[in-house]
Design a protein around this ligand. Structure first.
Ligand SMILES: *[C@@H]1O[C@H](CO)[C@@H](O)[C@H](O)[C@H]1NC(C)=O
Ligand SMILES: *[C@@H]1O[C@H](CO)[C@@H](O)[C@H](O)[C@H]1NC(C)=O
Length: 328
C-alpha cells in the first residue's frame, strides 16, 4: 500500500515536472510560478507554493541530464544513400546530385552509400562515382557483396562462390578451398548443371546457403533477364534448406551498414528510388525512408509500402534540402 502511494506520488511529480519543463513560459509564468518570478520574499515563511516550486526545480535538476541525453539521441546522425537510380543512372549523374552531396557533407552527419549489387565490386562502383565527380570514399560504400563477405567471415566458413568474376575482388583473402558454405549472386557463367550440382551436394551435406539477393529478374538492355532468385529457390527446393538473404530489403543489411558508423536506426534516414527495397526495408529496420522520383520510380510506388514513405520528393537534391532544414 505504502509502495503504491509512493509510486502515485512519484508519477504525479513526474507529470508536474514535465509540465514545468515543457511549458515554463507558456504555463507556469502565466500563473506566476515561472523561474524568474521570485517565490517567497525575504523573511517570508516558505508557503506551500514556494515549496512546491522548489520541489519542481530540484526534480528538474535531476531530470535534466536524461532529457538532454534523449534530445541528442533523437537527432539525426547518419544518411544512407542508394546509388543507382538515386545518385546516377548508368553513366549520368542525377541533375544537381553532386552539389547536394557536397552540401550534405558540410552537416554533422555520417554518410554511407548502400547498394544491392552482386556484379560490381566496390572498386568499380567507386571509380564510376569518382568519374561523375561525386565526393565519395571507397570505404563509405556498403554493398550486398560486403554484407555477404562479412557474414562468411563471421560464420568462419569457406564458401563456394557462385558470383560474377567481376565481384570476386570483394572476397579477396577469403579461404575458398574445400568449401563448406555456398554463396549465390548473379553469376550467369556459373549457373550450369555441374556447378549447381556441386552446390546442391554441399548444402545437402550441411553447408549453409547464403543469397546475396533473391531478385526474380532484372532489366537488361535486350529485355528482362533471370536474376539469382530462381537459382537460389531451385537449391532451396532441392535441399529443403532456406537461404540466408543478405541484401536489401533485409533488416540485417541496414543494421550492418549503420553498425559500421556506430549509430542506431532511429538516428538514420535512407534515401532511395526503390519503394520496397530502399524505403520499405529501411523503415522496417526502424529508420526514416525518403523515396525519390528518379531511377526506377513509377507513379503510385509510394503506396507499395506500409507505413508509407516518410517523404516522397522529386530527386536527391530535394531530399538533402529537407534533411538539412528539418531533420538536423
Ligand atoms: C584453407 O582451408 C583449408 C581447409 O580447411 C586449410 O587446409 C588451409 O590451411 C586453409 N588455408 C589458409 C591459408 O588458411
Ligand atoms: C535486391 O535484393 C532484393 C532481395 O533481397 C530483391 O528483391 C531486389 O529486387 C534486389 N534489387 C535489385 C536492384 O537487384
Amino acid at each position: 500500500m505504502a509502495f503504491t502511494l509512493y509510486s502515485l506520488l512519484q508519477a504525479a511529480l513526474l507529470c508536474v515536472n514535465a509540465v514545468a519543463v515543457l511549458h515554463e513560459e507558456r504555463f507556469l509564468n502565466k500563473i506566476g510560478w515561472g523561474t524568474d518570478q521570485s517565490v517567497g520574499g525575504f523573511g517570508e515563511e516558505p508557503g506551500i507554493k514556494s515549496q512546491l516550486v522548489n520541489l519542481i526545480r530540484s526534480v528538474r535538476m535531476v531530470m535534466r541530464l536524461p532529457l538532454i541525453e534523449m534530445a541528442t539521441r533523437r537527432a539525426l546522425k547518419a544518411v544512407l544513400i542508394d546509388l543507382s537510380g538515386t545518385l546516377h543512372i548508368e553513366d549520368t549523374a542525377i541533375s544537381g546530385a553532386q552539389e547536394a552531396l557536397q552540401k550534405l557533407r558540410s552537416a554533422p552527419v555520417a554518410v554511407k552509400f548502400v547498394t544491392n549489387t552482386t556484379k560490381e565490386c566496390k572498386q568499380t562502383l567507386f571509380e564510376r562515382l569518382q568519374k561523375l565527380d561525386f565526393d565519395i570514399q571507397e570505404d563509405e560504400i556498403f554493398t550486398s557483396l560486403t554484407a555477404a563477405r562479412n557474414l562468411v567471415e563471421q560464420m568462419q566458413v569457406r564458401p563456394l562462390l557462385l558470383v560474377d568474376d567481376s565481384a570476386l575482388k570483394d572476397f579477396e583473402g577469403i579461404n575458398r578451398s574445400d568449401p563448406n558454405a555456398v554463396v549465390v549472386g548473379l553469376a550467369p557463367q556459373h549457373f550450369n548443371y555441374n556447378t549447381m550440382n556441386k552446390a546442391f551436394r554441399l548444402i545437402s551435406d550441411g553447408a549453409p546457403l547464403i543469397a546475396i539477393h533473391k531478385a526474380r529478374y532484372y532489366k537488361k538492355l535486350d529485355g528482362l533477364s533471370l536474376g539469382p532468385g530462381p537459382f537460389i529457390t531451385g537449391l532451396e527446393y532441392a535441399t529443403d534448406v532456406k537461404a540466408t538473404v543478405v541484401g536489401k530489403p533485409e533488416k540485417p543489411f541496414f543494421l550492418e551498414a549503420l553498425q559500421s558508423i556506430g549509430c542506431q536506426p532511429e538516428e538514420a534516414v535512407m534515401i532511395g528510388d526503390d519503394a520496397r527495397d530502399d524505403v520499405g526495408g529501411a523503415q522496417n529496420a526502424g529508420m526514416l525512408g525518403i523515396l525519390v522520383k528518379t531511377g526506377k520510380y513509377q507513379p503510385g510506388d509510394g503506396d507499395k509500402t506500409s507505413p508509407p514513405p516518410y517523404l516522397i520528393c522529386n530527386a536527391f537534391p530535394q531530399a538533402v534540402d529537407h534533411i538539412l532544414q528539418l531533420l538536423l
